[in-house]
Design a protein around this ligand. Structure first.
Ligand code: NAD
Ligand code: DAU
Length: 359
């Protein structure tokens, strides 16, 4: 039997959640982490500078669509476990350019599964038994809920609305198919909206913080009535370790923070935090920057996760409330302009139109 630390291949480890996972797994002292990432616009190795030189961390640049290269990395690094996060992740981008989502999220996941299946088959009996392929997915595969009722359970039907969520739904189905057909030991998780440090400033929370600090409009789609269920990213990273190590093979686990908020409530909470921490010149509230803009096509009304199975089977609960997590997030963006300012200056001007123009 191989001695700890076990080697975990994390795909998409240079992204928002992946970098939190790499930091969490290495800090635990239980794992050696191999971060496999293509470094798209969303990948950023500066998010991992705390791990530079750490003997339990290695970066390997690769595209999950490149089955041969991934197969070689799995063998060279003697990988024991795989956690798959690499994806195109932004719904607005999927509306403007869906094919990149099909390529990475669907074809990429199937290509990765082929490489992982070959690797798993090459292992000895004990290592094969301990091996897991953990697919990290989203609550968006379940579609949307009415404003006033219902929650997503692991048995909710798949009903994706956007090209992004359709591509993630397809990837979930491929992962289950590789389990049912080839016996690959897989486990899946479907999580609600994450927020926290190192979140790319095209997503609602970091976009609003950065725009507010730059005195730019805070774009709220429609009336701001859509509801998301928010989870602090470090709580998600802890949950993912629990699923990877304790989840039952072939099962999926819903992960969420029981923290439903309308988008307007989220934006107002950020404004209140910034009013207290970084008041504007002239004494006006950041609330004055709120600007209602054209709604996202196919905009899901509400997401709400029932995390009971994860709580009961895995013993996981979030450590942050939405209020404590949001305060930590705002403080992080106030203190870490070195990370997000270059992203905004080079690639993105802080509006939805700017996002489209910058691609
Ligand atoms: P992200 O966009 O911040 O990061 C994605 C990472 O994947 C980047 O580092 C990128 O370079 C890499 N990548 C993209 N295409 C690749 C390819 N072909 N090969 C190798 N690497 C590639 O995404 P995120 O928000 O950190 O999300 C990570 C995962 O978690 C995704 O699968 C997403 O669907 C899922 N998820 C996200 C949330 C959320 O709120 N952000 C919630 C639930 C689930
Ligand atoms: O639910 C999990 C999903 O959460 C993940 O699977 C996705 O990868 C992740 O991007 C996120 O998707 P959303 O579309 O919910 O996140 P986003 O931050 O883009 O938007 C959150 C809400 O805020 C959504 O209702 C749209 C709205 N919004 C977003 C932006 C960027 C605005 O009102 N204004 C904006 O400028």
């Amino acid at each position: 039997m191989k001695n700890v630390p076990q080697t975990v291949l994390v795909t998409g480890g240079a992204g928002f959640i992946g970098s939190a996972v790499c930091r969490h797994l290495v800090a635990s002292g239980k794992y050696r982490v191999v971060n496999l990432d293509k470094l798209t616009y969303a990948g950023n190795l500066t998010s991992l500078r705390d791990l530079d030189g750490n003997p339990n961390y290695v970066f390997r640049k690769a595209d999950i669509c490149d089955t041969d290269k991934v197969r070689k990395i799995l063998a060279d690094e003697a990988v024991d476990l795989v956690m798959h996060l690499a994806a195109e992740s932004h719904v607005d981008r999927s509306i403007d350019g869906p094919m990149a989502f099909v390529t990475t999220n669907v074809v990429g996941t199937a290509s990765l599964l082929q490489a992982v299946l070959d690797h798993w088959r090459s292992l000895g009996e004990e290592a094969r038994k301990r091996f897991r392929f953990h697919h990290v997915s989203t609550d968006e595969v379940f579609g949307d809920l009415p404003f006033d009722s219902g929650v997503f359970t692991e048995d909710s039907p798949y009903k994706p609305s956007s090209p992004y969520s359709a591509s993630k739904a397809a990837s979930d189905h491929f992962v289950r198919a590789w389990h049912e057909t080839y016996g690959l030991p897989v486990v899946l998780s479907n999580c609600s909206n994450n927020y926290g440090p190192y979140h790319f400033p095209e997503k609602l929370i970091p976009l609003v913080i950065a725009n507010a600090l730059d005195e730019q409009p805070l774009p709220v789609y429609g009336k701001g009535a859509n509801i998301r269920d928010w989870l602090f990213v470090e709580d998600h990273a802890r949950a993912l370790e629990a699923v990877m190590t304790g989840g039952r093979i072939g099962e999926s686990y819903n992960i969420g923070g029981r923290a439903e908020r309308t988008n307007l409530e989220v934006v107002e909470a950020i404004c209140a935090l910034l009013d207290a921490r970084r008041p504007r010149n002239g004494g006006r509230s950041h609330l004055d920057l709120i600007t209602y803009v054209t709604d996202r096509p196919g905009h899901d009304r509400r997401y709400a996760i029932d995390p009971t199975k994860s709580e009961q089977e895995l013993g996981w609960t979030p450590l942050e409330t939405f209020e404590t997590g949001l305060a930590r997030t705002v403080d992080w963006y106030l203190a870490n302009g070195w990370w997000w300012r270059p992203i905004r200056e080079q690639r993105f001007d802080g509006t939805r139109q700017g996002l489209v123009a910058a691609k």
